[in-house]
Design a protein around this ligand. Structure first.
Ligand code: NAD
Ligand code: MG
Length: 416
């Protein structure tokens, strides 16, 4: 559906700058991306902004950045946005639904697509951007976890530039040898250390974990993020998803990746070479650094991030993760080693379980229990075709939903 508002009275700057589409502009990554883009109006022109249902926030962003198109996933939200544009005299096309997302992700005037939708919903628009050979700034790790093989193959076939925005992966990318392209393997790299803050419950006992609330889970010590990734950070599933993401981006096996708990979140990850050298990327924990890096690569641009004060940081600690207290990480390694559609099943069950936890229908320690149950019920397959991934994604969601419904209320199920 396309609806057009009329009489835009303001001018859009368009002097040879690169067109940018931000998928999921109203989220945490989207807002940080606009902050960086807003510092470089001569360099970047916003082609399209998209959101799920947040009309007021998308309207404010459109008023400030004057994109050509705005997409709301929800059609009724799209109608409300169009009314607001008409009222203000803003001439911005409003599209809706998945078709709208695909249109702006593949539009010839979008040179750069920032994939910042959360969850599996980001897969198809991101993949379509890859298939049109764009520079794709990948924040949506779930799409790579689900179908990394397809993504990498399509990126290579279509000449897309896949640049990681996840801070750890961006750090690893920065530590890779000259000329490295995402999706290839660097033979001089021996190991990758993927750092992890440990989340808000790093020091909590197993008994206390049973009763933690969504508010506590979303209060991350070092990063302000969307609710889903905040819960993933608290269960350490985020690190599990990132380990799988790293396997695809850097052509390594799960056993070449070591997860290191680093509570200060200053070392964003490290790469070990065969000669024993270990390179790290450091910086303040602020997503504008990896976003600015990926936007401008191989150049560098100002991001608004303040300088790192090593005297304030004073010390850097490293510990190994406790897989017994945080079983999601173990499950992610199992899925990564299993391959095929297992990572997609893991991801789908996790999305359902996290939403149920945020809705207070299950407890925190039930999350890994539901994922493990779902993985055990769907036979693993080596099949990596997109159709198989998408159909196992649906199966896993149905299974997890039914499992939760048949056990409600299951707060603390694992402990009983
Ligand atoms: P968020 O919840 O803050 O924002 C999500 C965005 O996606 C919003 O704009 C929302 O409107 C949109 N959206 C949600 N559901 C949608 C759907 N079904 N269809 C279309 N649009 C939809 O999430 P976030 O924290 O910005 O994270 C976005 C992605 O980036 C996630 O995959 C996350 O894992 C990854 N990531 C985030 C951070 C961070 O610091 N926030 C860091 C690294 C990676
Ligand atoms: Mg990360």
């Amino acid at each position: 559906m396309t609806i057009t508002a009329r009489n835009n009275s303001r001018e859009r700057p368009d002097h040879g700058s690169r067109g940018v589409t931000v998928l999921g502009s109203t989220g945490s990554i989207g807002i940080n991306t606009l902050d960086v883009l807003g510092r470089h109006p001569e360099r970047y022109r916003i082609m399209a902004l998209t959101a799920n249902t947040q009309v007021d926030r998308l309207f404010d962003q459109c008023q400030q950045f004057l994109p050509q198109k705005a997409v709301m996933l929800d059609p009724s939200a799209a109608t409300r946005l169009k009314e607001k544009f008409r009222h203000e005299g803003l001439e911005i096309d409003v599209l809706s639904g998945v078709d709208g997302l695909n249109t702006v992700a593949t539009h010839p005037r979008s040179h750069i697509v920032v994939a910042a939708i959360v969850g599996a919903a980001g897969l198809l628009p991101t993949l379509n951007a890859v298939r049109t050979g764009k520079r794709v700034l990948l924040a949506n790790k779930e799409s790579l976890v689900m179908s990394g093989h397809v993504f990498i193959e399509e990126a290579q076939r279509c000449g897309a530039e896949l640049l990681p925005v996840d801070s750890e992966h961006n750090a690893i990318f920065q530590c890779m040898p000259d000329g490295f392209r995402a999706g290839t393997a660097a033979s001089s790299v021996r190991r990758i250390f993927l750092t992890c803050s440990g989340g808000p419950f790093r020091e909590l006992s197993p008994e206390s974990l049973v009763s933690v609330t969504p508010e506590q889970a979303c209060a991350h010590p070092n990063w302000v993020m969307g609710r889903k990734i905040s819960v993933d950070s608290a269960t350490l599933m985020n690190k599990g998803l990132e380990m799988i993401e790293a396997c695809w981006l850097f052509g390594v096996s799960p056993d070449q990746i070591e997860i290191v708990i680093h509570p200060q979140s200053v070392v964003h990850s490290l790469v070990e070479y065969i000669d024993g050298s270990v390179l790290a990327q450091l910086g303040n924990p602020d997503m504008r650094t990896p976003i600015a890096h990926a936007l401008a690569w191989p150049e560098r641009i100002e991001s608004g991030v303040k300088s790192l004060n090593l005297f304030e940081v004073a010390r850097l600690d490293f510990e190994s993760p406790d897989l017994n207290r945080f079983p999601c990480l173990r499950l992610a390694y199992e899925a990564a080693r299993g391959g095929g559609t297992m990572p997609a099943i893991l991801n789908a069950a996790n999305e359902i379980a996290v939403q149920a936890f945020l809705d207070r229908r299950i407890g925190f320690t039930d999350i890994p229990f539901i994922i493990e149950h779902t993985l055990s019920k769907i036979p693993s397959t080596r099949d990596i075709r997109l159709e198989s991934v998408l159909s196992d994604d649906i199966r896993a969601r149905e299974l997890a939903v039914n499992f939760i419904a048949s056990h409600e209320p299951i707060v603390g199920l694992r402990a009983t």
